[in-house]
Design a protein. Structure first.
Length: 566
């Protein structure tokens, strides 16, 4: 029988909660103060990492009478992440006397549990479209699903199926098909919101479900782009380059988000000394006016706003107009968020070892960059020299891909120069204030080179093949992000080596272009075959390893494109 809270020594007390709410976003989190105590023996106790437990035990031993709030503040100062639940109308109390206990019981009884469950099913922070146009009714769909025994994974799969049907409707190239595609895309997004709300409402959390939700979001968006491009082609309009450009823009922008967040975990020293950047202070002032929060969330074009924009434009206009507007809006959003994050980073101190490792993993550099890094390890770079070198390599690579003759050796030479620059930028630990820019720069370099060479080739089928290749590589990069954010670290080294790294794949594509493009009597089909084969190999290797990992691991897949402002 589990001991009562009052029976435990002061240094071994835990926070007890209703076992039905363990894992719920509004459930009380851990209060273990002794690393020897077995949380599993107490129903409703939530365990924490041993390091956090040890730090909490140390703090309590130094200040025996410390209150929970003071302990939480002390943990935060020491760099330990503390979960602060937003209780809302829920009641949290640790009564010490009978009268206080009765008052707490009456307060608990007065809470409408069903209303709380419905409210708690919705994310506290989300985009404008999701908050005001989807969540007011999707929460009731989630409750309907729960009462019929449906699981979040089933709803997630249904969302994918609906989006694939939407893509098929768009691929018809008919006006009725475009209208149906827009309606079905919104329906898919409603289901996408419902699966998470069902998980929170019915407490059906799973690692597989989180991974499916994260992965299917990208599959839905990219398959819909392909459907629009196919539909346009049926009408005689080739928009594959625009579709690929939209995919590149979204992926590069997400890489900016991921890299910045991994490199910029809150520094306890900043919290203690008030050392914040001017842009952070400005953001705090803007947040005091509620409407600016929603405006900034909409400006960055989160998934809800993005899908609503795509759906409306699909139904009302043409695929070309849809992609052009999406590219303009996406470019503005990317510029806004990236500029704000660069400004915030300019005053940042040296990054931690963990941040440097995460940034290096997100860079996805292969054996060629590794060799170059070892050879150039003695080269010293000035402040901001690391991102400057990566930018130089990217600029030269794209310039030769754009403006040198097709079939020439110049793109290959540009790729070799890019390998040297990427190696030099990785020769030292990535602890600089702007070193988090390397992963998005590498994404832009690799993806855009593929786009430019395929578009310039004017070979029938080259752009669809390039679209498939970038989609396969992008999945590998998103999978890397989910692993790091789930706390399991980067993919295994053998996987990164097997798929060549960003610089290796870029070099292979430029060699394929030199071999099969621009020569007399060549129809470019060898280039198409090279892109397709590379896409198939990468997709097969990455998908098999990814599925094996997420099905067998105990890591949560963390993916949250909520529309938080920069």
């Amino acid at each position: 029988m589990a001991p009562e809270l009052s029976e435990l020594p002061a240094n071994e007390r835990v926070a007890l909660i209703d076992p039905a709410f363990v894992g719920h976003p509004h459930a009380l989190r851990l209060a273990l103060t002794d690393p020897r105590f077995d949380a599993g023996a107490v129903p409703g106790a939530v365990a924490v990492a041993p390091a956090a437990r040890a730090e909490l035990a140390r703090i309590v031993s130094l200040r025996p009478g410390i209150s929970p709030d003071e302990a939480a503040e002390a943990l935060g100062t020491e760099g330990v992440a503390v979960h602060r639940p937003e209780l809302g109308v829920l009641v949290a109390a640790v009564p010490r006397e009978d009268a206080a206990r009765r008052e707490a019981q009456e307060a608990v009884a007065a809470v409408d549990d069903e209303a709380v469950r419905l409210r708690s099913a919705v994310k506290a922070r989300d985009g404008f479209f999701t908050t005001f146009c989807v969540s007011p009714y999707s929460r009731y769909i989630a409750r309907w699903c729960a009462r019929r025994g449906l699981t979040p994974n089933q709803v997630t799969t249904a969302s994918l199926a609906v989006s694939l049907i939407a893509a098929a409707c768009a691929a018809t190239g008919e006006r009725a098909g475009f209208v149906a595609a827009g309606v079905l895309l919104i329906a898919s997004f409603v289901l996408d919101a419902t699966d998470g709300q069902l998980a929170r409402y019915d407490l059906q959390y799973s690692k597989l479900g989180a991974w499916l939700d994260a992965t299917f979001d990208r599959a839905k968006e990219y398959s819909y782009y392909a459907g629009l491009a196919l539909g346009a082609a049926r009408g005689g309009d080739d928009v594959w380059a625009l579709a690929l450009g939209a995919m590149i823009l979204m992926t590069a922008r997400h890489t900016v988000d991921f890299a910045f967040n991994e490199a910029s975990a809150p520094d306890p020293g900043d919290a203690a000394t008030g050392n914040t950047s001017p842009t952070a202070a400005l953001s705090g002032k803007l947040d005091s006016a509620g409407w600016t929060v929603w405006a900034r969330r909409m400006i960055i074009l989160p998934i809800g706003e993005r899908w609503a924009l795509i759906a409306v434009l699909t139904a009302a206009t043409t695929p070309r107009v849809t992609f052009v507007v999406l590219l303009i809006a996406g470019a503005f959003a990317a510029s806004y968020t990236t500029a704000g994050r660069v400004l915030r980073s300019l005053r940042a101190r040296s990054r931690s070892d963990r941040a440097a490792e995460a940034t290096a993993a997100l860079a996805d550099s292969g054996p060629l960059s590794g060799l170059a890094a070892r050879a150039l390890r003695g080269v010293r770079l000035p402040r901001f020299g690391t991102p400057a070198v990566a930018f130089l390599g990217t600029a030269v690579l794209l310039a030769v891909a754009l403006w040198t003759p097709l079939g020439s050796v110049w793109p290959v030479l540009g790729a070799l120069f890019y390998v040297l620059c990427s190696g030099l930028s990785l020769a030292r630990p990535l602890k600089g204030a702007l070193d988090w820019l390397l992963p998005p720069l590498f994404r832009i370099a690799e993806y855009t080179t593929i786009l430019v060479l395929a578009a310039r080739s004017e070979v029938n089928g080259a752009l669809p093949a390039a679209f498939g290749l970038v989609a396969a590589v992008a999945y590998h990069h998103y999978d890397t992000v989910y692993r790091i954010r789930g706390g399991t670290g980067a993919p295994p080294h053998w996987l990164v080596r097997a798929v060549g790294g960003h610089e290796g794949r870029t070099l292979v594509v430029t060699i394929a272009a030199a071999l099969w493009l621009g020569g007399e009597g060549q129809d470019g089909q060898g280039f198409n075959f090279a892109l397709t084969a590379l896409a198939v190999v990468i997709a097969a290797v990455v998908l098999v390893e990814s599925i094996r990992f997420w099905v067998s691991s105990h890591a949560p897949a963390v993916h949250d494109e909520t529309g938080e402002p920069a």
